[in-house]
Design a binder for this molecule. Structure first.
Ligand SMILES: [Fe+2]
Length: 480
């Protein structure tokens, strides 16, 4: 696979800048450029995280996954918004600062050739998502332990093992699910010793991590997200598997090239009971996806909404796009919101595309995680193969769509913030960051979740840009 790696961000067709340009500075200020009216009941903190820098010492990171994690924090109240950003002080970040050399990443190799890369696992960049639990902020990276940060100052305290419960590499995925009924957090981590397996966890409100189950999997592969219902953790294990480990282990090729998409292997759906009972496996046709919107039980069926992607070009083509993220968006935002109906009795799996949109980063009202949802919220690319330029609310019961589109700009994952004065599904706001290449500034936008097409009710423009973020969390302020 050939990968061209520019040493600086090239121009994009949509404007003069890339939404992935690095932001090396750390800021701390009151936002003074606010348009519209922040809703009177919108009080809370929005965290966003993603790779913050894609080069160091003149050396580029060569994959969209490989930038050091940078957290943005927006403290929101009706009369003000405060912004702060900090890099996560991972071991990798500190070493890169000292050496001015890039970390070993998913595709980025350490300087020094095979000898410098042999038997080296990608470094924990803590750049993928966050979890706010019991007023502690954790930054997440699926191949290793979380990092624990002060949720207000964003000071990094260190990596977190939950009193030793996360052993060895301590993988703790970037997509934990919070049960809104219990406050428990469910998550998983991949392990490969002594054989490939998924370790399932429950983090209780006292921050104790419990092992819910360990599920052997037939082949070590890429498992980025999972679903949670009232009874199960649900894994949709597509056929993106490790097939070429030797040249990677010898340091000759990057980690991302160990993977292959093998549709002939099909997809294995694993239902792991939350109470620790025996897991159920159901085989179905191949499926390529990264993210889950939500899941729930409906009689004998387990319903899972995911964003399915076309993988006919194989993983090499996908990975090439992800390596060339500076140049073009590629297919990353061209997924299809798809409903899987998994009959636990007959083991039949029916998949239904819910619409024709090209999208990614699906969200629902977090109060409905584990139960049936009506609305899904998407970052949509109005042009397939383009950057996401729309925030779209989809009514999954009627198919109705309502979108905010900002041509030439990019948006990211929309997070739902409930309106405490107006309860009910869908009553609240969507929070997203919009990147504007025209002035290279980013802005927090607040949309009415029921009608994003009305445009932002409030816009808070930063003094600078924030590189495209992957994920985040909104934590409503507790009433006094
Ligand atoms: Fe993700």
């Amino acid at each position: 696979m050939s990968v061209s790696v520019p040493t600086r961000a090239p121009s994009r067709e949509t404007g003069g800048e890339s939404p992935w340009d690095s932001q090396h500075e750390e800021f701390d200020y009151e936002i003074d450029d606010i348009e519209g009216q922040i809703p009177s009941s919108l009080r809370g903190v929005l965290f966003r995280i993603g790779p913050g820098r894609f080069e160091i010492g003149g050396h580029p990171m060569t994959h969209i996954f490989d930038g050091d994690g940078m957290v943005s924090r927006f403290d929101i109240s009706p009369d003000r918004i405060h912004y702060r950003n900090r890099y996560v002080r991972t071991r990798s970040f500190k070493r890169a600062n000292e050496t001015q050399l890039p970390p070993k990443g998913f595709n980025t190799q350490r300087v020094g050739g095979p000898l410098a890369n042999a038997l080296k696992f990608p470094e924990n960049l803590s750049n993928t998502s966050v979890l706010v639990h019991d007023d502690v902020l954790y930054t997440l990276w699926e191949g290793g332990r979380p990092h624990r940060l002060d949720a207000e100052t964003l000071e990094t305290y260190g990596s977190e093992s939950f009193d030793g419960a996360l052993k060895r590499i301590g993988a703790f995925s970037a997509h934990p699910k919070v049960d809104p009924n219990t406050g428990d957090v469910f998550n998983f981590g991949l392990d490969f010793f002594p054989r490939p397996m998924i370790r399932c966890y429950r983090l209780d409100k006292s921050k104790r991590l419990h092992n819910v189950g360990t599920v052997p999997i037939p082949k070590l592969g890429f498992v980025h997200d999972f679903a949670l219902t009232e009874r199960h953790l649900v894994f949709v294990l597509g056929p993106l598997v490790v097939s070429r480990p030797i040249p990677v282990a010898l340091g000759m090729r990057p980690f991302g090239e160990a993977l292959s998409y093998k549709p002939e292997l099909g997809t294995t759906i694993v239902l792991v009971p939350r109470d620790g009972g025996k897991a159920t496996r159901i085989e179905t046709d191949s499926l390529f996806h990264f993210h889950v919107a939500n899941a729930y039980e409906a009689g004998p069926e387990t319903v899972v909404d995911i964003v399915a992607h076309d993988a006919t070009g194989g993983w090499a083509q996908w990975n090439n796009y992800l390596c060339n993220f500076r140049d073009k968006a590629g297919p990353a935002f061209g997924g299809t919101l798809t409903r899987l109906r998994i009959n636990r009795n007959t083991e039949a799996v029916v998949r239904d595309p819910l619409n024709e949109l090209g999208c990614e980063f699906p969200q629902v009202d977090p109060r409905l995680v584990t139960t049936a949802h009506r609305y899904a919220y998407l970052a949509e690319a109005s042009v397939r193969g383009g950057d996401p330029d729309s925030i779209t609310t989809v009514d999954t019961t009627t198919g109705a769509q309502d979108r905010y589109t900002t041509p030439g700009n990019t948006v990211c994952e929309p997070l739902f913030a409930e309106d405490p004065e107006n309860p009910g599904e869908g009553r609240g706001w969507l929070l997203s960051l919009e990147h504007r290449p025209s002035d290279k500034r980013s802005r927090l936008i607040v949309l009415n979740a029921e009608r994003p097409s009305a445009g932002p009710v409030a816009i808070a423009t930063l003094r600078h840009h924030v590189p495209m973020t992957f994920h985040g969390a909104y934590k409503a302020a507790t009433s006094e």
